[in-house]
Each structure stands twice: as C-alpha cells, then as structure tokens.
Design a protein around this ligand. Structure first.
Ligand code: HEM
Length: 428
C-alpha cells in the first residue's frame, strides 16, 4: 500500500514543486508497463537520467526555436490547413475532436524531425488516435492505476488490455522511428551539422563515451524513443484538447466571441494575425487564460513522488516514497483566490484600468517548479494563433440544445470535452 497526498492550495503546491525531493515520479505498474519496463525519457524519469534528458531536450529545442517568435511560420501554416478544412465544411456541423491533433503534432514534428505530415496521413492519424485514447484512459483504465489488482485480474473489464495495447503501439512506433533515423544518420553525408532535434540527439548518442550516461549505446537509442514519445504525448493532446475547449467556450459565450472578433478587427484588420499582436489583445489573452482555468485540462497535474523525507511548509512531515498530486483544479477554483470561481469571467485576467494582463498566484495550468511544463511558450503561441486565425475568418456556433451539458468534461488523465458538434460560418 502506498501513502498518497493531495496538495490542495497553491502555496503548498508551489513550495513542494520547488523542492527537488518532491519531484520524483512513482513507478506505478501502468506507467512501467507502457514502455515495456523502460523508464527513460523525461516525463516518467527521475534522478541523473532525468536531468540529462530534460536539460539536453529543453536547451536544444530552444536553440531550434521552441517557444520563440520564429515558430510563427510553422504554426501559421498549420492554422491555414485547419482553415481550409473549415471552409470545406460550408457551415455544416463538425466534431473538433481530431481537428487540431495533427496540426499541433505537426508543429512539434517540424522542429523535432524537420518534416511535416499530411493531415489525412493514415499512419499518423492512427498514432494520434492511440495517443488520444491513452490520455483519455478509455474504458475505465483509470481504475487500473489506483486499484492495480483489479487491472491484473480483470484486464478487459477495466479497459486495461486496450490501454496497454495502445501504449505499446505508441512506444513501438517511436522505437522503429528512432532505429530508422539512426540508420539514415549513419549513412548520411556529414558535410554539414545536424539541423533538427532528432539528428542533434543521435549525434550526441554517437559521441557519448560515458557508460553511465542515459545517452550511451543501446540505452541512448531507447532514451531517444522515450523522449520523442514524451514530447508528443505531452505536447499534442494537451494543446489540441485546449483548442477544442477554446472553440467550445467561444460557441457557448457568444458575447465574448463578438468582443474578441471586434478586438481582432481593431488590432489585426485585414492582414494575417501575428504573435506580435498578442500584447495588444488583452481580451483574447484573458479569454485563453480563463478557459484554461475554468476547465483545468490537467486537474491533478502529473503525479509526483518524494525521493527523500521532506518537511513541507515547516509543518508537514512527508516520508520518502509518498505519492503526491497537485490538485490544480482546487487551486483554480479556490474561493479565497478567485471571486465566484465557477463563473466564466475572462475579465479577472485584466487589470481594472484595462491596461495589462494580470498574473494570479493560484493559476497553474502548466504546473510549477522543477517539473514545470517545458512546452508552455510554444503552447501559448499555438493557442493564440489558432484562436485568432479562426475567429478572424469564422463565427462559431453550437446547437442551443447542447449548451447546458457541453462544458462538463470527460475525465481521464486530462479533462477533455465530451463529443460535440460545432458550426463554423465563414465571415463575409
Ligand atoms: C495547453 C497545452 C499544455 C498544457 C496545459 C500542459 C501542461 C503540463 C502539465 C500540467 C505538466 C506536468 C508538470 C508536472 O509534473 O508538475 C506538463 C509536463 C510536460 N509538458 Fe506540457 N502542457 C502543454 C503543452 C506542452 C507542449 C506543447 C509540450 C512540448 C514541447 C509539452 C511538454 C511537456 C513535457 C515534456 C512535460 C514533462 C516535464 C517533466 O516531467 O519534467 N507540453 N505539461
């Protein structure tokens, strides 16, 4: 039996997540089994291997433009592809469930491998669907994480068999991808240095001489597969589900949609929206933040565990090996921090004189501290460019009979929207 603690207040979460001893990851069966026992990469790694993988990945992705203005072109071309799809619907009802998956995957794929996928590529759509099912923990697979004996004895009943089959499919995809790329790297002309993350990583593996490093030899190859899998799992479904939530909120809160459209007309006019517009579009930015607070995509963040005994806030003694959950949903709805927390009110993110975006201590959609999401800036850029690009050209509506229920999330690892249909009407 494992000791498990929920941190329900933003001050406690911030203090805990700043302490390296609270930033381990527990070795739950469902986590170990998804990558055939190998716990490399970033998300489920800890200790020296984790430090190596995270710092190599973050610094090289930054060099390649992660979260920087130069990503604008890549994101904009994905926005254009989504807009083409919306034009083709001619205002007919459309499910946004898969609309943004391939687009957000392609943005990452661009800097990571230097390639781009067609939105209707069957192999890619297969992969994306497996990732989505895995994140949603369909068929009750969540139960398996907390009551492992149920998953062991009744794997079909709690959806464990299909959870593991999807997880293994995704890991196999990345292992084969890593193998192929290592082979083509070995055969390639080395006249010029590597230009994408995958090749930089492979070069590092080839040059690594330290037997204890996670980049060394076969472990380096597996670490590459794991790190790529982590980036895509963490960066694709999160961004695309947040975009679906944004579209749904725009459709439900028509008054905000109209005001955002007016803001776009005022700041952007007839040209293409750009990241430089962000700081002038306070309502749009506030709407994005408020949607993230209101729905809290990762209600319990990602599970942590203590790697040592910890004294938290000078009051709580937490023994080594305790599982920790940040209750981000509670922090986002804490009545001592937010007025009418269940009310959707983007203006809470705008200063009273209307001049700036307000930060809130209790706003933690990307978590905090040593494990804070490294993709935050990229995600923020994507959310802005997709929202503004779409609302610039379309109005979004939902059948009024669906409004009452549609903002209640479907719970898995993340809180995603339930199936719903939206209509995108091209503006004249
Ligand atoms: C709206 C979009 C996103 C949201 C809401 C989000 C949220 C989060 C959260 C809550 C965590 C858990 C942090 C913790 O353990 O305390 C996390 C981790 C992570 N995210 Fe994101 N994320 C988003 C987009 C992205 C993108 C685009 C990338 C790709 C670069 C990314 C890469 C990661 C990685 C690699 C981790 C693991 C970090 C670690 O274990 O040290 N995320 N994210």
């Amino acid at each position: 039996m494992k000791r498990c603690l929920w941190l329900n207040d933003h001050k406690v979460i911030r203090e805990a997540w700043s302490n390296p001893a609270c930033c381990g990851r527990p070795k739950m069966q469902g986590i170990v089994d998804r990558t055939a026992g190998f716990l490399g990469g970033i998300i489920f790694n800890e200790g020296q291997d984790f430090k190596e993988q995270r710092s190599f990945t973050v610094s090289h992705l930054k060099d390649l433009g992660l979260g920087k203005q130069c990503m604008e072109g890549v994101i904009s071309s994905e926005v254009d592809t989504v807009i083409e799809t919306l034009v083709q619907t001619k205002g007919q009802p459309l499910s946004t469930r898969h609309l943004f998956n391939v687009a957000s995957l392609n943005v990452l794929w661009g800097i990571i491998s230097g390639d781009r996928y067609r939105h209707d590529d069957p192999a890619l759509n297969n992969l994306v669907e497996s990732i989505t099912r895995n994140m949603e923990l369909q068929g009750g697979a969540m139960v398996g994480f907390f009551i492992p004996w149920l998953a062991h004895w009744f794997p079909n009943l709690v959806g464990w068999t299909s959870y593991l089959s999807d997880a293994n499919k995704v890991f196999k995809f990345w292992r084969q991808f890593a193998k192929r790329r290592i082979k083509s790297f070995e055969m390639a002309d080395k006249g010029h240095g590597p230009t994408c993350f995958v090749d930089m990583y492979i070069q590092h593996v080839k040059q690594c001489k330290s037997l204890t490093s996670s980049f060394f030899g076969d472990k380096g190859e597996l670490s590459l597969a794991s790190t790529l899998q982590d980036l895509f799992i963490a960066g694709t479904e999160t961004t695309s589900a947040t975009l679906s939530w944004l579209m749904l909120h725009l459709a439900v809160f028509q008054n905000y949609q109209e005001n955002i459209y007016q803001e776009i007309c005022h700041v952007v006019g007839d040209r293409k929206p750009s990241l430089g517009d962000r700081r002038k579009m306070l309502l749009t930015e506030a709407f994005i933040s408020e949607t993230m607070r209101h729905v809290t995509l990762a209600p319990l963040g990602m599970v942590h565990c203590t790697t040592d005994d910890v004294d938290l806030c000078g009051t709580y003694f937490i023994p080594k090996g305790t599982i920790l959950h940040a209750n981000i949903c509670a922090a986002h709805h804490d009545p001592s921090q937010w007025e009418r927390p269940h009310h959707f009110f983007p203006e809470r993110f705008i200063s009273s004189d209307g001049s700036k975006h307000l930060q809130h201590d209790s706003f933690l959609p990307f978590s905090f501290g040593k494990r804070r999401c490294p993709g935050e800036l990229l995600a923020r850029h994507e959310l802005f460019l997709f929202l503004v690009g779409i609302i610039h050209q379309f109005s979004v509506t939902i059948d009024p009979s669906e409004i009452e229920d549609c903002l209640k999330p479907k719970l898995g690892v993340s809180a995603t929207p339930k199936p719903h249909l939206l209509e995108f009407h091209q503006r004249q």
